[in-house]
Design a protein around this ligand. Structure first.
Ligand code: PEP
Ligand code: MG
Length: 370
């Protein structure tokens, strides 16, 4: 086995020399980041901060979203700040010296709020029994206000961030404070702030302005020099089609091919991820799985448009992909050809991505020579 490990290592080193694509990993915790780094990841391309609030902490986000008054919301946000600062400090420590892309919270509301139907039934039963709990009734009213028939196509990402005051600001402050503390301790933190589900440049301008304000505040408070890039996900067809304008406010793009596939095909990713679909060609029926391998004519075409528009507006702008396709061999070849700078995938897929990125570079170099 030692021989085998050495052989694999040699092949990967060869691929690393050849490839142009950087390989980063999606990691939400310091432990994931450590695993990714040990497998050769050159950064964290996506930290999904909503995952930091699953389990016991879910109620903290619920409290922020459903707060009845500004004071109540501020109290909930204040409780979150030290937790997030510690989360980001741990991540930045693990990834010291390497880019660490922290995505502002993108919580599908149905995963973070009590279930509307369950709660309605509960309150109806309480009323029937003449034992209505006023707290339940109040909660139902609050949940009803936020209830959506189609949460994956609703108040998510930047839309929620702009509707709930202070939520993004809290995370941005926690990132800045964690970076400032690490700098003061002699480290080399390289956080980047990523805004999810942007559909229009105005959304990004609002968040970016706020981020720059907070960055300046924390720099003044701590004496640290903070120059944290602010970029966004391109994961909606409208974002891809208006990428030239969005580039005015974005220092980098990261393609979210999970949502981009869902919204381009009109298939719900939650219901059909991994399923095969029929695509009708001139010669017959082809089985395709756009959630597994990038659909180069549809989703891929949107990626090409956004790369071209983005780069025309902001030459040299860094661009990568952090959807599941970032770890898929065929898709990696496409991302190399379209000119992305990096792919980001699950930690365990990092070695495969390094290999495929190397193969893509070698095969295009071959065809260039011919
Ligand atoms: C995506 O949509 O491709 C993405 C990376 O974001 P998420 O999967 O968290 O929606
Ligand atoms: Mg997404």
């Amino acid at each position: 086995t030692r021989e085998l490990v050495r052989a694999v290592d040699r092949i990967l080193t060869h691929a690393d020399h050849a490839r142009r694509l950087r390989v980063e990993a999606n990691a939400d915790t310091a432990a994931d980041a450590a695993r990714a780094r040990s497998l050769g990841a050159q950064g964290v391309g996506l930290c999904r901060t909503e995952h930091m609030f699953l389990g016991d902490r879910r109620v903290l986000i619920e409290r922020v979203i459903l707060a009845k008054t500004d004071a109540e919301r501020q109290l909930a946000l204040d409780a979150l700040l030290p937790l997030q600062r510690a989360d980001f400090a741990a991540l930045l420590a693990e990834m010291d010296g390497l880019p660490t892309t922290i995505r502002l919270i993108d919580p599908p509301l149905h995963e973070f709020l009590p279930d509307y139907t369950d709660l309605s039934v509960k309150v109806a039963l309480e009323k029937e029994r003449g034992a209505l709990d006023p707290h339940d009734e109040e909660l139902l009213a609050a949940v009803k206000r936020m209830h959506e028939a189609n949460p994956m196509l609703g108040l998510r990402g930047v839309r929620l961030g702009l509707v709930i005051p202070g939520l993004f600001a809290l995370q941005i402050r926690a990132i800045c404070e964690a970076a400032a503390a690490r700098l003061a301790a002699g480290g080399s933190p390289r956080p980047e702030i990523m805004v999810p589900l942007v559909g229009s440049v105005q959304e990004l301008h609002l968040v970016r302005d706020e981020a720059l304000r907070i960055m300046a505040d924390v720099a003044a408070e701590s004496g640290a020099e903070l120059d944290i890039p602010v970029g966004c996900m391109i994961e909606l067809p409208r974002a891809a089609l208006t990428a030239g304008r969005i580039a005015d406010a974005a220092q980098f793009f990261s393609f979210g091919t999970n949502d981009l596939t869902q919204t381009t095909w009109g298939f719900s990713r939650d219901d059909v991820e991994g399923a095969f679909f029929a695509e009708y060609t001139e010669n017959g029926v082809l089985a395709v799985s756009p959630f597994e391998t990038i659909d180069t004519r549809g989703v891929g075409r949107l990626v090409s448009i956004a790369v071209a528009e983005g780069r025309a507006a902001r030459p040299g702008m860094p661009m990568g992909v952090c959807g599941e396709h970032g770890g898929d061999p065929e898709s990696i070849r496409f991302f190399h050809n379209v000119g992305l700078d990096y792919v980001s995938c699950s930690p365990f897929r990092v070695p495969v991505a390094r290999l495929e990125a190397g193969r893509a570079a070698i095969s295009t170099a071959g065809s260039d020579a011919r």
